[in-house]
Design a protein around this ligand. Structure first.
Ligand code: SF4
Ligand code: SF4
Length: 241
């Protein structure tokens, strides 16, 4: 929050907010924060831009506390003990062998700086995925907010909370990818935010991926990306022969 009495109206903080939640109160000649749009990312504080230290950190009660947990990358989720929006595996590219051959990781990365996402919309996408029979990742922060993992239903107390981004992670059989994509195409038209869909799978010995064919048949452009996070992962499994 901003201490009005301290603010000198210099406007320096306004462009620092990734959600555009800081504006000037022209009458009072001080900066103000739109509390509905603020996702509690902490950028305004961490930037240390205010010449008079008018920003002060607040500790929020549930359910607003969920905003800081999903939006501030320095905050560790109580349930998963991991900072950020997803599982550790989302950052280490599956070194523990979650995806067996014939299975794929399906991740919907929702929201973005400037847009954010409310859990109403996260639930819509999770429910669309659940209907196709995906299995949600157990140690993911969104999964922890679900009251029913078989339907993707999220705790109603947080549905109106807005966060910068939230990541729904799941595993499904490669054969199920067409059903997931069809369901997500329909659900995408019903939300007020954006999401990126990532399909992760092991490569075959010849370098091909089992998910290529179903994606080609659905006319989904395939961008093959490799990511190596050196030092972040410890292989904890042996590849089956
Ligand atoms: S905490 Fe983040 S969203 Fe909220 S006002 Fe500061 S920069 Fe903007
Ligand atoms: S940077 Fe500080 S003093 Fe300047 S407008 Fe923002 S809150 Fe007020």
């Amino acid at each position: 929050m901003i201490i009005n009495e301290d603010c000198i109206g210099c406007r320096l903080c306004v462009p620092y907010c990734p959600m555009g939640a800081i504006s000037m109160d022209r009458a009072a000649k001080v900066a103000k924060i739109d509390q509905d749009e603020c996702v509690e990312c902490g950028v305004c504080l961490r930037a240390e831009i205010c010449p008079v230290d008018a920003f002060v950190e607040e500790v929020h009660d549930w359910p607003r506390s969920v905003r800081v947990a999903f939006s501030n990358p320095l905050v560790v989720h109580k349930e998963t003990r991991v900072p950020g929006r997803g599982t550790e595996e989302a950052k280490t590219t599956d070194v523990t062998g979650r995806f067996k051959r014939g299975f794929a990781g399906v991740t919907a990365e929702m929201g973005r700086p400037g847009i954010g996402v409310k859990f109403y919309d996260v639930e819509k996408i999770a429910q669309a995925m659940a209907k196709t029979g995906v299995e949600f990742a157990g140690d993911n922060p969104v999964t922890h907010l679900m009251v029913d993992k078989s339907t993707g239903k999220i705790n109603s107390e947080v549905l109106n909370e807005k966060v910068c981004s939230a990541m729904i992670e799941s595993i499904t059989k490669v054969d199920n990818i067409p059903a997931v994509i069809k369901a997500l195409r329909e659900a995408a038209a019903q939300i007020e935010s954006v999401f990126t869909l990532t399909i992760s799978t092991k490569l075959e010995a010849d370098g091909s991926a089992l998910c290529e064919k179903p994606l080609e048949e659905l006319k989904v452009p395939l961008y093959i990306n490799g990511k190596v996070n050196v030092g972040l992962g410890r292989p904890l499994f042996k590849e089956e022969s």
